[in-house]
Design a protein around this ligand. Sequence first.
Ligand SMILES: Nc1ncnc2c1ncn2[C@@H]1O[C@H](COP(=O)(O)OP(=O)(O)OP(=O)(O)O)[C@@H](O)[C@H]1O
Ligand SMILES: [Mg+2]
Length: 273
Amino acid sequence: MTTESAIRVQGIEKSFKDLHVLRGVDFDVTPGSIFALLGSNGAGKTTLVRILSTLLKADAGSATVHGFDVAGQPADVRESISLTGQFAAVDEVLTGRENLVLIAKLRHLKNPGAIADDLLARFSLTEAGNRKASTYSGGMRRRLDIAMSLIGNPPIIFLDEPTTGLDPQARIEVWQTVKGLAEGGTSVLLTTQYLDEAEQLADRIAILHKGTIIRNGTLAELKQLLPAAKVEYVEKQPSLEEVFLALVGDTGDTDAADDDRTAGSVPAGKEQR
Ligand SMILES: Nc1ncnc2c1ncn2[C@@H]1O[C@H](COP(=O)(O)OP(=O)(O)OP(=O)(O)O)[C@@H](O)[C@H]1O
Ligand SMILES: [Mg+2]
């Protein structure tokens, strides 16, 4: 199992009537790594995730997940994965804790209450645990959604656009969660339209475009595809995201914003090259 890929995708094709969405997709995900699938709206990211999670059948090609064939051994695949969909699967009427207990019971696990409390603590939701999920912010709901998908400790998780619609702080919280999962040995396949998300998180990045993977590599490898960086002297303004996070109190890394401000020693408006 150790030398095998967590996920292996070979020649996967899928059409919806005349729309040929996936035209032969190939890639491998190393166990314990974070693999980001990048693509524009409609590129076929969700379609691929649905095939890998056995919700949809491919027209051609093959894929294994945790060593199991998605077409031939769907029950084994389902035992090995969790899927956090593009839209949160939280039950709004229940409290956060009740949502977690429900899933633990559905998975026939012992001590569902203890499992729920442990996950609430890990996702900084202990205080909110007894409130209805309908009162949660988007970021809290997303964290609860991911927490629910971790019940039963699946070795492989699929996250379909985990941070779409979240504010920058909530995105950073989700990123920290995902990094922690991979550090614990979980293999993560995430889809995103956010290039910075892939930069922050992914060990490898694949770009899905017009039905195939047009590039697949580490961030460093992808950056080498463009001409080497030129040395230019330009006043560096902090990005709006850095300003926002500095003003509202970032939970993550604020050093970058500070460095940028001290570096901007050229009078405003005078750009030198
Ligand atoms: N069940 C379906 N029936 C018909 N067409 C579909 C179906 N599912 C997806 N499609 C089409 O397939 C294409 C790929 O859709 P998909 O949802 O996989 O894209 P995506 O990369 O996840 O996009 P987004 O970033 O918007 O989530 C789209 O053109 C979509 O309209
Ligand atoms: Mg999608």
